[in-house]
Design a protein around this ligand. Structure first.
Ligand code: PLP
Length: 483
């Protein structure tokens, strides 16, 4: 027999079944693990063999190493007791779709390199636009369209680049940027906007962080004032990023007012709805995106709250020509008849990387498995659970709520100093029973509890609240019960 180290088809079948069983067991038992990995820096690496294996390792042994060496260093994002940051939830349907994508191993940089990879993605993003009630301008049947990217950070970068080219009549792509371009966002925007502005060569000093109101939403009158001041000084306002659901407190910028200002001053409006965008699956929550019809681009992360494992950022533009013209470079070796016919999308021109996986498959599996109805059901359930938690916190006079909480994020703290709240958070996370994260609101250290994990049910939120109250009781003499 010819010598080979590859897995045989028989070995692959057996190992694959074993891995799916392993994952099914993991999902069944995930709540038994401490949510936050309890290891010290360097501990995981120290347990790995110093040198790579020379000989083939049996699959059984590989799986055993996962249990012994990897699992202790996993923070369990898929635990129903994970309430930190924003979720990165997943589902069995999505994992299977992703496995299929890996198995097919398609590299869909051009339509021609795998037509289904492109066409399924275009079709699904149209489906999603309808499912979320997005403006028609984002549909591929008109001048717009959607694409899947790796992250909201990358999507916002592409929006900035396209905005830069539109503002300079595509001259900054030719000879560098001559004008002093200025971008705007709120003080509460995600840090990725500042990073993107740096990457795009705009310069951090040319990003204006507009102040917010008491509800942490951008103040449009201050945005307009800043734009006009820059115009008077000979600078060129070119880009505004508004947020639908800020990372810190889930604040919603007033899109209608911001959109009208952008239209008046001919500034590109990008809307970042990283997590909260998923809420729009339910018509009763669509008020959060009122005014989105003003936007030139929009993104939300299906990999946060839509049961689709990382990575799956859905990025839409109203004018795909501008985006494509901004990013397209055509070397001889990529030329092909389909591209030249103008009848196809080549998604390599819709983002920074050339190569791309068939990410639409996992989204397709998710949408088919749950149906719109199923997705709506689980999003509503998360919001209801968060609202229950909000009610309990409100009833306990030792705590205060720090921001409006209409959806699935509750920002709260013990009345008292920052040290007390820091200690509370540390004790909770160290207990392994749940995982929360923090932010700073109104200058105060604030705890955040976000309900968005696939398997989170009432009992998990109840247990979280029990643990929070118990730790508050146990804090030495500082948070006495008042109820
Ligand atoms: N925008 C907002 C509002 C976010 O909350 C986040 C992450 O939590 C991001 C952007 C960045 O997301 P990504 O990891 O997809 O780049």
């Amino acid at each position: 027999m010819e010598k080979s180290f590859h897995m045989t088809s028989g070995e692959f079948r057996a190992a694959g079944k074993q891995l799916i069983d392993w994952l099914a067991d993991y999902y069944e038992q995930v709540q038994r693990y401490p949510v936050l990995a309890q290891v010290a820096p360097g501990e995981i690496r120290a347990a790995l063999p110093p040198e790579p294996p020379q000989a083939r390792t049996d699959f059984q042994q590989i799986l055993q190493s996962v249990d012994a060496k990897i699992m202790p260093g996993i923070t369990h994002w898929q635990s129903p007791n994970f309430f930190a940051y924003f979720p990165a939830n997943a589902s069995e349907a999505s994992v299977l779709g992703d496995l299929l994508s890996s198995g097919l191993g398609v590299q869909g940089m051009l339509w021609a390199t795998s037509p289904a990879c492109t066409e399924v993605e275009t079709h699904l993003l149209d489906w999603l636009a309808k499912m979320l009630g997005l403006p028609e301008s984002f549909l591929s049947s008109g001048s717009g369209g959607g694409v899947i990217q790796d992250s909201a950070s990358s999507a916002s970068l592409c929006a900035i680049l396209a905005a830069r080219e539109r503002a300079t009549d595509f001259q900054s792509n030719e000879s560098g940027c001559r004008e002093e371009l200025v971008a705007y966002t709120s003080t509460q925007a995600h840090s990725s906007i500042e990073k993107d502005v740096k990457v795009a060569g705009i310069g951090r000093r040319n990003l204006r962080m507009i102040e917010v109101d008491r509800e942490f939403a951008m103040r449009p009158e201050l945005l307009e004032k800043a734009i006009e001041e820059d115009q008077k000084a000979g600078r060129v306002p070119f880009f505004v990023c508004a947020t639908v659901g800020t990372t810190s407190s889930l604040a919603f910028d007033p899109l209608e007012a911001i959109g009208a200002i952008c239209k008046k001053h001919k500034v590109w409006l990008h809307v970042d709805a990283a997590m909260a965008g998923t809420a729009a699956l339910c018509p009763e929550f669509r008020y959060i995106q009122k005014g989105l019809e003003f936007a030139d681009s929009y993104c939300f992360d299906a990999h946060k709250w839509m049961f689709t494992n990382f990575d799956c950022t859905c990025f839409y533009v109203a004018d795909r020509q501008t985006l494509v013209r901004t990013l397209s470079v055509v070397p001889e070796y990529l030329r092909n008849k389909a591209t030249e016919s103008g009848a196809v999308f080549d998604y390599r021109d819709w983002h920074v990387p050339l190569g791309r996986r068939f990410r639409a498959l996992k989204l397709w599996f998710v949408i088919q498995h749950y149906g719109v109805e199923g997705l709506q059901f689980h999003v509503r359930q998360h919001v209801q659970l968060a609202q229950e938690f909000l009610r309990w916190v409100n009833e306990d006079t030792r705590f205060e709520i720090m921001a409006p909480a209409p959806l699935n994020l509750i920002c709260f703290r013990l009345k008292g100093d920052d040290a007390l709240n820091e200690e509370l958070l540390q004790r909770l996370n160290h207990s392994g029973k749940l995982y929360l994260s923090h932010t700073r609101l109104q200058g105060k250290y604030t705890l955040r509890l976000c309900v968005g994990q696939t398997r989170t049910k009432l009992e998990h939120v109840e247990n979280a609240w029990k643990a929070i109250r118990a730790e508050a009781d146990a804090l030495p003499g500082r948070a006495q019960r008042q109820d």
